[in-house]
Design a protein around this ligand. Structure first.
Ligand code: GCU
Length: 601
């Protein structure tokens, strides 16, 4: 009901005003996100920021956001950013300082930057992500807050930025909340901080805020989409140009700066084997935006997933946003390329990005490297299903990842959740979230990773989770041979589903310490893990409706729930590759299987 009345501009204004009040989470309105920031003129604010650790969050009362200095020798100021040490941005604080390894709570970042305002230019400050709650001040004035550790957000500072030195203060608090998304318990490290790049983004007074240029749903010869302008002159001509296709179309936006378009085109279709990207230009008044876009179609037909009209088998692996070799967040483009190349070396054409929105590098590199992506929001394990603010939070996260990645050919699946209990409130929560996701993007497939299957007879498992009713693709996590039974049990386990829909086995796997060897029955050995994979792959080959898989997991990663000394040491060891880049035997078992699959398809 609420969303309808938010359509009127007056109420939208009231909505944005509400955003500035602490921690009230109104129903998410349209995304305020600037699209395609990587192609915008930006000033990077990355680097060393001063940092004050504030466990009791007294910094609010002490008004840290004023970055005060003693005015006289007798003046009392009990904090000083300049002498408080620094932390690197982008990055998490846990892996940068031994003393902050387990730290969860508020921490204040501060840095200055010089700026010379330019005529008829607007400025935004853009955060790639901040885990979990961020409060932002510029020159002592509050810009706003953001909740959600993995989504980008931005604030306009055109009227706040000073000509000369500016003082930016950001409080980041990674405290977990039972009504949060994610909630209290996760099998990944709760890295806190400004975990992705921070930039100043300069745009003309009226600019292209966001747009979609994709093949029309179900068509291979119609390009369709929309453009949203933002600024004083919302209604004006916009041209969409694809030089390589000798296409140049002009449309005119309406009084709200919005226009849709549709025109015939015959692009060479994007696929993992042939990731063809086209240079696309959007021009409106003084603003020209360039993007590299691939055109492909994605749909399901019965139990098949069709890419460009042809059935495809998704040879995948699951992956966390954890840096290779050093662990932690704040991955550079090169570090992401290493992870995706490892997936390619494995023989993958697909990667499941678990369990939250990954940084923008990933989707753009996957577009170039030819990898299909599953992108998930962190509705993970038990969540506060009946709390409207929690649903709003989840909706805002799916809205913003769609607003950021909707032009990425690589992204084919939006996942609503992971391993959630099949209770009625949960079904309603995810039904609403899925409907909201479809409203924001009707061209991609919706899925969830489910782990509650009918197993009255454990040898005959039934994928009958009620979510299957309204999702396009069923994701199933199963750990036969690790959390239940032995690897050999997979040989005699059969699967079925009442839904005529494609199935992706989104997780299976077992732990192993690299270079720890023994017989195949000994846990934590490479032999045990490899044996588990052998039996799993044999079982999955027999699985009806199987359209893909993404074993758990590409690389060992940190987790607060993995304690075994000398084995786990706060790492989940189910990686096919160690966190030092060493490939375990199971890597080669899966690689061989994927090579065979590729040869067969
Ligand atoms: C779960 C969960 C993962 C977790 C994995 C494991 O299925 O989805 O986040 O890391 O199992 O137990 O290793």
């Amino acid at each position: 009901m609420l969303s309808h009345c938010l359509r009127s501009p007056v109420l939208q204004l009231a909505f944005f005003a509400a955003l500035l009040c602490p921690l009230s989470f109104a129903e998410p309105g349209p995304s305020t996100l600037i699209g395609n920031v990587p192609s915008r003129a930006t000033v990077s604010l990355d680097g060393a920021w001063h940092a004050i650790v504030d466990p009791y969050e007294d910094g609010l009362g002490a008004r840290f956001f004023q970055d005060a200095k003693p005015k006289s020798k007798s003046d009392l100021v009990e904090y000083d950013f300049e002498t408080s040490g620094t932390l690197l941005v982008p990055g998490d604080w846990n892996s940068q300082r031994e003393s902050l390894f387990f730290y969860e709570g508020p921490l204040w970042y501060q840095r200055t930057f010089s700026y010379a305002p330019r005529p008829s230019t607007r400025v935004f400050i853009y955060f790639g992500a901040a885990n979990y709650l961020a409060r932002v001040w510029l020159n002592g004035k509050k810009l706003g807050e953001h909740v959600g550790g993995f989504s980008p957000f931005n604030f306009e500072i055109t009227h706040e930025v000073a000509n000369g030195l500016n003082d930016l203060v950001v409080e980041v608090d990674n405290t977990r909340h039972s009504d949060g998304v994610p909630a209290l318990n996760t099998d990944w490290w709760n890295y806190g901080g400004l975990t992705r790049s921070v930039r100043l983004v300069e745009v003309p007074e009226t600019f292209v805020k966001n747009y979609v240029v994709q093949l029309e749903k179900g068509s291979m010869d119609q390009i369709a989409g929309w453009v949203q302008l933002d600024g004083a002159a919302p209604s004006q001509p916009v041209t969409i140009e694809i030089p390589e296709l000798s296409l140049k179309k002009s449309i005119t936006t309406d009084a709200r700066g919005y226009a849709e378009f549709r025109f015939p085109a015959k692009p060479h279709l994007w696929s993992p084997e042939d990731p063809k990207l086209y240079r696309v230009l959007l021009t409106a008044g003084g603003d020209t935006l360039e993007d590299q876009i691939g055109f492909r179609t994605i749909e399901t037909r019965g139990t098949k997933i069709l890419l460009n009209g042809k059935p495809i088998f998704l040879r995948g692996v699951s992956m966390h946003e954890e840096a290779p070799f050093r662990l932690g967040r704040g991955l550079s483009e090169d570090e992401v390329r290493i992870l995706l190349q490892w997936a390619k070396d494995l023989g993958c054409n697909f990667v499941r990005l678990a369990h939250y929105t990954h940084n923008e590098h990933v989707a753009r590199l996957a577009d170039r490297m030819g990898l299909l992506l599953w992108s998930e929001v962190p509705v993970y394990w038990d969540t506060d299903w009946t709390n409207p603010a929690t649903l709003d939070n989840a909706e805002a996260q799916i809205r913003d990842v769609i607003a950021r990645d909707h032009n990425r050919a690589s992204v084919i699946l939006w996942s609503m959740s992971n391993e959630t209990p099949p209770t009625p409130p949960r079904v309603e929560f995810i039904r609403s979230l899925a409907a909201y996701a479809r409203k924001n993007d009707s061209t991609r497939l919706l899925t969830s990773a489910m782990n509650r299957v009918g197993k009255d007879d454990p040898k005959n498992r039934v994928l009958n989770d009620p979510l299957g009713e309204f999702l396009d693709v069923l994701g199933v996590n199963e750990y036969i041979g690790w959390y239940e039974g032995t690897p050999e049990d997979a040989d005699t386990t059969h699967w079925s589903s009442p839904y005529d829909k494609p199935v992706i086995v989104s997780e299976f796997g077992g732990g192993a310490v690299y270079n720890n060897h023994g017989d195949a029955q000994t846990r934590w050995t490479e032999e045990y893990q490899a044996n588990l994979y052998e039996h799993q792959l044999r079982m999955l080959r027999q699985m009806p409706a199987l359209a893909g898989m993404s074993p758990w997991v590409l690389m060992d990663f940190r987790s607060p729930r993995r304690w075994l000394p000398g084995v786990q040491d706060y790492h989940n060891r189910k990686g096919l590759i160690s966190d030092r880049g060493q490939r375990k035997q199971a890597f080669y078992v899966l690689q061989k299987f994927y090579r065979e699959m590729e040869a067969e398809h």
